[in-house]
Design a protein around this ligand. Structure first.
Ligand code: PLP
Length: 283
């Protein structure tokens, strides 16, 4: 596999980053994950807009223009022959002597990209649905910034799997924030789609935004507000959204079946129209 590191396309075994890189020492880095479908990029410009926001919230320097980043994404897709999968892009504050203070801007940011080819359109889990377990949300208070501090979500997913589930739903004061790497949604008995409103509490998912647009266009009533774990367990349907899972039905929470315990019609329909739209608009 060819990866991109600071201006060079290299075989992965030859790619290196400094041990003093602040991404490595302080998780002083932000990232984006963009989906490749049919060799094209889904929602590329929305991902770049969110990257700019993450960079500016942390006073990080943009490593390249959107046009240059698009060219690098496309070059990696071509070089690695990716038809379906993900492109991971990380920007760090770069290498500097270890110090809690940010170094002067003369330290150039580091830019790393790699591809992960994988089946996304026809994932078996999309047909069966996934089981989630609730785990306390012990992350920091700025989850809207897409940083590489992913240790706690990783621990939470380990805990969920230990409990026999597939993923965790993170819960704070009885309220669901989001999944470990996805946004959480429920559909009430009355057919209303409820999803957590945007704030510092959750990542502003690109897929969440696209799915809410499509849901509104198809006439669904949407409420953007916090919902409790109890409300979720009593919901008719539950699902998650992310760049890698699109729309993924949730069939149980803490072992309690959601609806009849099979993927719900709203989630399945939203998955279909999301993929149709992605195929139509990918660049
Ligand atoms: N929430 C968290 C914590 C995430 O890590 C992610 C994606 O990685 C998402 C939500 C979904 O965001 P997106 O739809 O942009 O992939």
């Amino acid at each position: 596999r060819i990866v991109y590191v600071n201006g060079a396309y290299l075989p992965e075994a030859e790619a290196t980053i400094s041990v003093f890189d602040r991404g490595f020492l302080f998780a002083d880095a932000v990232y984006e994950v963009t989906t490749v479908l049919g060799g094209k990029l889904i929602d590329f410009h929305a991902h770049m807009a969110r990257l700019d926001r993450s960079l500016s919230e942390l006073d990080l320097t943009a490593p390249a223009s959107h046009d240059d980043l698009l060219a690098i994404h496309r070059e990696l897709v071509t070089r690695n022959g990716v038809d379906e999968g993900l492109i991971y892009m990380q920007v760090t504050r770069g290498a500097a002597d270890r110090d809690f203070l940010f170094p002067a801007k003369v330290t150039p940011p580091s830019l790393v990209l790699f591809t992960q080819a994988m089946a996304l359109r026809d994932k078996p889990a999309a047909r069966t649905g996934i089981r989630v377990a609730s785990v306390p949300d012990l992350r920091w208070g700025r989850r809207d910034i897409k940083t590489v501090q992913l240790l706690y979500p990783s621990m939470a997913k380990m805990e969920a799997v230990r409990q026999g589930a597939d993923d965790a739903w993170l819960v704070e004061d009885g309220v669901v924030t989001e999944g470990t790497s996805n946004n959480a949604h429920i559909v009430t008995a009355g057919g209303t789609l409820i999803t957590r409103n945007l704030s510092h509490a959750i990542l502003h998912g690109i897929t969440r935004a696209a799915v809410l647009r499509l849901a509104a266009d198809s006439g669904l009533t949407i409420e953007e507000r916090p919902f409790t774990l109890d409300e979720a367990k009593a919901a008719r349907e539950a699902f998650v959204t992310s760049a890698s899972s699109f729309v993924m039905p949730v069939i149980s929470i803490d072992g309690m079946a959601i609806g009849d315990g099979t993927p719900g019609p709203v989630a399945q329909r939203l998955r279909e129209i999301y993929i149709e739209e992605a195929d139509r608009t990918a660049i």
